[in-house]
Design a protein around this ligand. Sequence first.
Ligand code: DP6
Length: 324
Amino acid sequence: MTTHTATAQSSPNIAFIKYWGNRDNALRLPVNGSISMNLEGLYTRTTVSFQPSLGMDELIINGHEVTGKSLERVSALLDVVRQGAGLGLRAEVVSDNNFPTGAGIASSAAAFAALALAATKAAGLDWPESAISRLARLGSGSASRSIPSGFVEWQMGSGDEDSFAVSIAPPEHWALADCVAIVSAGHKTTGSTEGHALAPTSPLQAARVADAPRRLEICRQAILTRDFEAFANIIEHDSDMMHAVMMTSQPALFYWQPATLAVMQAVREWRKSGRQVAYTIDAGPNVHVLCPQAAREAVAALLGQIPGVGQVLTATAGGPARIL
Ligand code: DP6
């Protein structure tokens, strides 16, 4: 008898052109394409085992059993796999992160990418990368981008079939580092899923979406030609545009803390004085500061001196989700 067990590992990713808003919330079909880089060294490892003895799916994250909404989201993805494989068995899902969950590094991208890959493998399905990226997308949009390698573009597509992510360059193409300045937030922020649903309530979202093809093109070219200046300008512009939408949603979403702005200002000043640095911020107060890999330690040290910045995590460009 086949064992119906598999383990996969995948990394979180940092978006340079952001995903914010869906045209179909259930299928997570985005209103614009997005571009990201996988983060080497940070990972989620997930084992899926389909077992005849289980009456329902079970989820264990970092040693703790998880139920409720998170389990439902996992079960919904497993249902797609069960349907594809003609499999009726429930599964045990055991997942561990090597990065702090409370530190504000989005864990859903790595989590759903590893889940999608492990679940298809455990069910005996040998799906192409594009199909696994689509499956991961159903769990969390940004997870679609953690399936391919290195620098990745998630194409918005015309529907479910062609909305998946592809690699635009391997990790070794460009020696960039992401220094994540962790800013301690005093309150729990609104999650991405609720945030995407609010995006259309901002009158700025339509302009942001209409202009997305231009930003995608500039960012893609900046990556392909390793043009740091063009890259810095477009990723900051894109992040600022997304936060402008967030701040003008109804209700408004303000993710920044005072230290968030302090880091943004420092990064802009450092760049003016000739240092290659650029910021981007997701749905939280932490600031991702991109720089050449050789400058990684110097930049991390500088960031650590800014009041309000706690830990600084660093990562380089990472490979694809893979079976262990
Ligand atoms: C701000 O992929 O976390 O990080 O699909 O609801 O899980 P769900 O949303 P998620 O959204 C990511 C939002 C972002 C920008 C990005 O990563 O592109």
